[in-house]
Design a protein around this ligand. Structure first.
Ligand SMILES: CCCCC/C=C\CCCC/C=C/C(=O)SCCNC(=O)CCNC(=O)[C@H](O)C(C)(C)COP(=O)(O)OP(=O)(O)OC[C@H]1O[C@@H](n2cnc3c(N)ncnc32)[C@H](O)[C@@H]1OP(=O)(O)O
Length: 312
């Protein structure tokens, strides 16, 4: 199996919009009508579309089909900065509160990069208060995605290392562009940092324990065909078919009655989400103390330097 690695050194539940762990939302969703037919591209009549956007998040809701497409837009590499994460949560809550929205396709506005992962500049050279705020936002985005009542499909139209991979993992289904130049994986060790337990839990739940041990320790980044083999993605399709495939897969998922699917999702995911929720504050403190260490700051500095100086 061809594996590619970049060579260098790697808010609580109960609040609004926190998905299936909320009570009282299942009956509402169960009465929503089913999706019978989906168009093959985003070309919906204006009347049924409701686009909204912020600086870094573009959202297009097709109200007649109950499906939103959310695009990350943070050039040049769609890094998950504090600003993007904050805007993500606001947009996500808007969708969670929109009764007509049953599914979200998460994708990138950039043609080659789904997301370069967490913004390293938010983890480097800042103070403890900044690191704490940043990490809380990372946790929040993962909790929102992982526990959402909506069907979440990741349309991975480019490379997706580390935090980008985590966003995909938190989705219900992953479709990746079949381009061997793109890679996906949790490569934290290559930066000299460590994926926290909940990144690991999400990976183990997806690809199993042994494959996770291997992938995490080595910080492996998998090209699409290898990602498919180990179950890191569910489907690979030609680059120009990622969005249309996501729409047709969504139509299949939305044939399942919402209440039954949501209760099943909760049954599968609640223990993993609860593990973070029970120690959320400790996880923030752990991150702050880890990332503030001189040795870790030095590793991140080296990695940023490597990214800037490497041959393209
Ligand atoms: C034991 C207890 C543990 C507790 C937990 C503690 C700690 C830590 C956990 C932290 C978890 C971290 C998760 C992460 O997501 S870390 C980020 C990892 N990301 C990467 O490794 C990806 C790095 N980037 C790339 O590989 C490439 O940029 C690319 C995405 C493949 C795109 O390549 P290309 O199109 O060639 O673009 P460039 O490389 O030229 O990049 C353009 C500029 O963007 C800057 N860049 C790239 N990635 C990032 C990033 N993630 N954050 C910030 N900035 C980034 C790059 O330096 C270039 O900048 P320049 O234009 O100024 O040169």
């Amino acid at each position: 199996m061809a594996l590619r690695a970049v060579s260098a050194l790697t808010w609580g539940l109960g609040g609004p919009g926190v998905g299936p762990l909320r009570s009282g939302t299942f009956l509402r969703c169960a009465t929503q009508h089913r999706l019978e037919k989906m168009p093959s591209s985003i070309g919906f009549p204006e009347a049924s579309r409701r686009p909204f956007s912020s600086h870094r998040i573009l959202v297009d809701v097709d109200q007649s089909h109950g499906v939103a497409t959310m695009k990350l837009k943070n050039p040049p590499v769609n890094s998950l900065s504090l600003e993007l994460l904050t805007e993500f949560v606001i947009s996500w809550e808007k969708l969670e509160n929109d009764k007509s929205c049953r599914g979200v396709i998460l994708t990138s506005n950039s043609p080659k990069i789904f997301s370069a992962g967490l913004d390293i500049t938010d983890m480097y050279g800042k103070n403890a208060a900044h690191y704490a705020e940043f990490w809380k936002a990372v946790q929040e985005v993962w909790l929102k995605l992982y526990t959402s009542n909506m069907v979440v499909i990741a349309a991975i139209n480019g490379s997706s290392p580390a935090g980008g991979c985590l966003m995909s993992l938190a989705s219900d289904y992953r479709i990746m562009a079949d381009n061997p130049k793109y890679t996906i994986g949790l490569n934290e060790t290559l930066l000299g940092i460590v994926a926290p337990f909940w990144f690991k839990d999400n990976l183990v739940n997806t690809i199993g324990n042994r494959a996770s041990e291997h992938a995490l320790q080595r910080g492996l980044l998998f090209p699409p065909a290898d990602a498919l083999k180990i179950g890191l993605v569910d489907q690979i399709v030609p680059e120009d078919k990622v969005q249309s495939t996501a729409l047709s897969v969504m139509s299949e998922w939305l044939k399942i009655p919402d209440h039954a699917r949501q209760l099943t999702k909760t049954m599968m995911r609640k223990p993993t989400a609860d593990r973070l929720l029970k120690q959320r504050e400790a996880d923030i403190q752990n991150f702050v103390s880890f990332i503030s260490k001189d040795s870790i700051q030095k590793s991140l500095h080296m990695y940023l330097k490597f990214l800037k100086e490497r041959e393209k």
